[in-house]
Design a protein around this ligand. Structure first.
Ligand code: ATP
Ligand code: MG
Length: 211
């Protein structure tokens, strides 16, 4: 049965935190593919300084040497805010119904999940795999999200392997305290972002004078 990981984000710019998360979750959950899905217009953030096209191009460069990773640009061609629920619905229209879909998320993103458009429907279309984001604020989850997590938490990995959607799992990941925000700040200060971002992405953002 096919199993596909989905990593949505702003990728402003893509960095080794994203890439390592995708690699480790793909191995842990035995996925055959991971799709990187840049948001054109992130609903909960101020509009990114770099255009959607530049952000997608950087992802393309970052993943070009990994046959497991694909760039999925469907949110770039859609009008209006990039809602994940719409992306899941459109993916489901294309895939075999048994295909397992696993939406990847750092704990910082999960903390905000109850603000997402139609968030309670997400698990009808996919599983959710969480990884701890280093130094994410260790605030308690909202009561609503706490209950949601408890109701859908997969105690064992096979629950996730046996269903095409509906479960939440938390997986360990090599902690990498890298964020796009910190990368943009370093660039603005004229500092190097070597070893935080792939070399070909650094070349691209310099060529196009991004950030
Ligand atoms: P920004 O600082 O602009 O918000 P970001 O580094 O958080 O950027 P996003 O594009 O917002 O990157 O992240 C997309 C997804 O990847 C989110 O679910 C986020 O939690 C996760 N993620 C990003 N960086 C890491 C990391 N270093 N470790 C684990 N998860 C990460
Ligand atoms: Mg973020």
């Amino acid at each position: 049965m096919k199993a596909i990981g989905l990593l949505g984000g702003t990728f402003n710019p893509v960095h080794y935190g994203h890439l390592r998360m995708a690699q480790e979750l793909a191995e842990m959950l035995e996925l055959s593919e991971v799709r990187f899905i840049p948001a054109a217009i992130p609903p909960l953030k101020t509009s990114p300084a770099a255009s959607a096209e530049h952000r997608a191009n950087m992802v393309r460069l970052a993943i070009e040497d990994n046959p497991l990773f694909q760039l999925d640009t469907r949110e770039l061609t859609r009008k209006g805010p990039s809602y994940t629920i719409d992306t899941l619905i459109s993916l489901r229209e294309e895939l075999e119904p048994e295909t397992r879909l696993v939406l990847f998320m750092g704990t910082d993103a999960f903390r905000q999940l109850d603000k997402w458009h139609r968030w309670q429907e997400l698990l009808n279309y996919c599983h959710i795999a969480l990884v701890q984001r280093p130094h994410a604020i260790r605030e308690a989850l909202s009561k609503t999200l706490e209950a949601y997590l408890a109701a859908h938490y997969a105690e064992q990995n096979h629950e996730l392997q046996d269903a095409s959607s509906g479960y939440i799992t938390m997986q360990p990941m090599t902690a990498l305290d890298i964020s796009s925000t910190a990368i943009r700040q370093r660039l603005q200060q004229g500092l190097s972002v070597r070893y935080l971002v792939p070399k070909n992405v650094i070349d691209y953002l310099q060529q196009h004078a991004l950030y």
